[in-house]
Design a binder for this molecule. Structure first.
Ligand code: SAH
Length: 354
């Protein structure tokens, strides 16, 4: 694959353009075009020879949208094709305050959580910063957004397929690029990073001075049971995670959030509520309860909406701030890894039939 200019920040891009024997101001035009989602051939403000020179050496857009599904609730699911043919997915959620996009950081995932479709085939590869950014740019262009004040995407959630802290350097580069003033300019406080809890990387992120919202996929308050749901729990205990969260709070001043997918009998009983309250009490945190979306390869059951609200009520009674996440996009396979998986399966079936 050719190198992708979207991997670089503005000053590095200037260097590259000067290195090609061009005037410095050209970098501004190219940068703008790239962030608007244009291919080199569409950058009408630069000369044809320069466009050709760029095309010889670099790729402009590393991500293209190959499928868009719209849910009855307005949620949009996107399938993104990368230059090597790999596919990742993203979800656009429309709220009163703006548009929030959930994007992927890896093709597949190594974490193999029991309820999640992304890890079913393991990790295929990390996304480059340009590719993570490309997901945002492609959707922003499709919904007719521009740059800075004219962007249509206002919030980003790194909660698609992949474990962001397992692709640490690229994810941090992405965070710097997407929050840079010259580009899309989405501030760190409007970005959430969701992790299964890779403790040393949480400390490292706290020191980066990019105060994104930290979300931890907890899914159980008891180490031995968490290990059954999330293999990564064998490497880091809940106590270690909580300490890292405290450090994150001290460094960034940002309250942290726990994600908790409710799985029938495995983590949604009275015993679990009590333990959860005891470990979280007094901490600057919030619990986001999520109803399990069925993944057909996984033999786990979610509860009803009523069960979720009962769990939430019990947490609140114990002094823990909690919400039940609105179930969005279920009809379009909104949960992590589901659409990509069904797309690949259907295409494979089609191939076999041919
Ligand atoms: N690796 C990161 C980010 C991706 S998974 C992490 O572990 O946080 C992020 C979230 O996707 C999970 O915490 C869970 O809230 C959600 N998720 C994944 N599969 C799901 C499913 N089958 N049903 C409901 N939520 C799911």
């Amino acid at each position: 694959m050719k190198d992708c200019l979207l991997n670089y920040d503005y000053s590095k891009l200037e260097e590259i353009i000067i290195g090609l024997g061009e005037k410095k101001f050209r970098a501004g035009q190219i940068f703008r075009g790239l962030y608007l989602g244009l291919d080199f051939s569409e950058m009408s403000d630069i000369s044809k020879p320069l466009r050709e020179k760029l095309l010889e050496n670099f790729d402009a857009q590393p991500v293209s949208i190959i499928k868009k599904l719209v849910s009855a609730d307005g949620t949009e699911k996107y399938l993104f094709k990368l230059r090597d043919g790999n596919i990742v997915e993203g979800v656009l959620m429309k709220y009163k305050y703006g548009n929030s996009i959930c994007i992927s950081t890896q093709v597949g995932c190594r974490m193999n959580c029991a309820f999640c479709a992304s890890g079913l085939a393991g990790l295929i590869r990390n996304l480059e910063p340009a590719e993570i950014l490309g997901e945002v740019i492609a959707v922003n262009r499709l919904i007719e957004g521009g740059l800075a004040d004219k962007r249509k995407i206002t919030n980003i959630v790194l909660m698609g397929s992949g474990e962001p802290l397992d692709n640490y350097d690229n994810v941090v580069s992405f965070l710097r690029l997407v929050s840079a003033k010259e580009g899309i300019n989405i501030s760190a406080r409007n970005i959430s990073l969701s992790t299964c809890g890779i403790v040393p990387k949480i400390y490292k992120l706290a020191d980066e001075k990019i105060p994104v919202n930290l979300t931890i996929s907890l899914h159980s308050p008891i180490d031995s049971e968490r290990q059954e749901i999330m293999p990564i729990a064998k490497s880091y205990t809940i106590e270690e995670i909580l300490k890292a969260c405290e450090y994150y709070f001290e460094k960034t001043g940002r309250r942290y959030i726990f994600e908790y997918v409710l799985i029938k009998e495995k983590n949604d009983t009275e015993r679990h509520v009590k333990t959860l309250i005891s470990i979280l009490k007094g901490r600057p945190c919030h619990v986001n309860l999520i109803r399990l979306n069925d993944v057909k390869e996984k033999n786990l059951q979610g509860g009803t909406e009523k069960d979720a609200y009962r769990f939430m009520g019990a947490l609140e009674k114990g002094g823990i701030s909690a919400t039940v996440r609105r179930k969005m996009g279920e009809d379009i396979e909104g949960a992590c890894g589901q659409l990509r998986r069904s797309y690949i399966e259907n295409n494979e079936i089609k191939k076999e039939k041919r």
